[in-house]
Write a protein that binds this ligand. Structure first.
Ligand code: GLY
Length: 347
């Protein structure tokens, strides 16, 4: 990473598709330098509630604004169709660019609309939530939900740049901040380092760097990128079984703790390492999460088996003395034993 004054630049190395993630207060001012040369029109995709001050000012371009709805129901193919129609009405050509300003939902949707329109036009993201800054906006995963599953339709479409606007975190609702911190906890275990004492801007930049390095090594998730799903197998099941009442980052925080119990049950880590998961998730990240009441164990297990990351059987990312590993074929008996141990520890 390169530190210039208050701005930290993290490169994502992907050959001729390499780009920068700029982290800092005022990072939105970097957007103009991230636009492809030759672009004349900019379609800014954002949501109600994202303060207009975070929308980049782009003199010399024909700028249009496109608002998408809030909530998972709007993360849909009909939103993509509506955006693409609006892009066409605004006269966007293949040389023009989409700028997504917001959290992970905006970057997923704006990215997929950009990937689809004219078979792919450039996109730049301005991340305004912690979760988008450290995960969703980086790495080119875009997509929407269909009735059969979350993010089931999408594309890998790398942005031309990402601006992590740290100013936006000052007014981020507390729950969204906690969600970002839950997701941030996974990097502690992926990198096996404790960066919790760093100032927030440095933590964001370090997480962005860890993610950037993983994406550079495995853009299409043939191997190491799957480690970014640490904590996500149970998390996705909880999100589905609570009908998304539990937010993604909260569910990931719980999923990390559960994954530690499961690794312990399977003899992969000792109890001190389980305690370390609790320290990071509960103390350092200030999470006091509990498993939502009333969840049926068998339904959770069935939902984990349907996770799109699952290979031929229930697959988890699990810790070991050598670090995180993708572990297919986890036995249902171990999953149940760990669920019991987990609920006993939380109660
Ligand atoms: N959010 C996980 C990934 O980008 O691979």
């Amino acid at each position: 990473m390169v530190v210039m004054g208050d701005m930290i630049d993290v490169p994502v190395e992907l050959g001729d598709r390499s780009y920068l993630v700029a982290v800092g207060h005022g990072a939105r001012s970097r957007v103009a330098s991230m636009l492809p040369s030759g672009a004349k029109r900019v379609a800014i995709v954002t949501q109600e509630g994202i303060p207009s001050e975070y929308l980049p000012h782009l003199d010399g371009y024909a700028v249009t604004h496109h608002i998408i709805g809030n909530g998972e129901a709007h993360k849909s193919l009909s939103t993509i169709e509506k955006l693409c129609s609006e892009f066409a009405q605004a006269g966007l050509t293949r040389a023009d660019v989409v700028v997504g300003v917001g959290g992970g939902m905006v970057t997923d949707v704006a990215g997929f609309a950009a990937a689809s329109y004219h078979r792919g036009i450039a996109v730049v993201h301005v991340a305004t939530t912690l979760l988008a800054m450290i995960d969703a906006a980086i790495g080119g995963k875009t997509g929407v939900n269909i009735a059969e599953g979350k993010n089931l339709v999408g594309a890998f479409w790398q942005p031309h740049g990402v601006a992590c606007e740290m100013d936006a975190l000052a007014t981020l609702p507390e729950r969204e901040m906690r969600c970002g911190l839950g997701e941030m906890a996974k990097y502690h275990f992926i990198a096996r380092e404790d960066f919790t004492a760093l100032p927030l801007v440095d933590r964001v930049a370090r997480c962005a760097e860890i993610k950037a390095n993983i994406v550079s090594a495995d853009e299409r998730e043939g191997g190491v990128r799957a480690l970014l799903n640490y904590g996500h197998t149970l998390a996705h099941a909880i999100e589905i079984e609570t009908n998304f009442a539990m937010a993604h980052g909260e569910a990931v925080a719980i999923g990390l703790l559960y994954a530690a119990h499961l690794a312990h049950v399977m003899g992969r880590i000792d109890s001190a390492r389980v305690d370390e998961h609790y320290r990071v998730v509960n103390e350092v990240y200030g999470s006091d999460l509990v498993m939502p009441a009333g969840l049926d164990e068998s339904r959770l297990i069935a939902a984990m088996g349907r996770d799109k990351k699952a290979l031929e059987s229930i697959t988890f990312v699990l810790d070991s003395v050598n670090g995180l590993e993708v572990v297919p074929g986890v036995l249902e008996a171990d999953i149940r034993t760990a669920l019991t141990a987990f609920s006993q520890r939380l109660s």
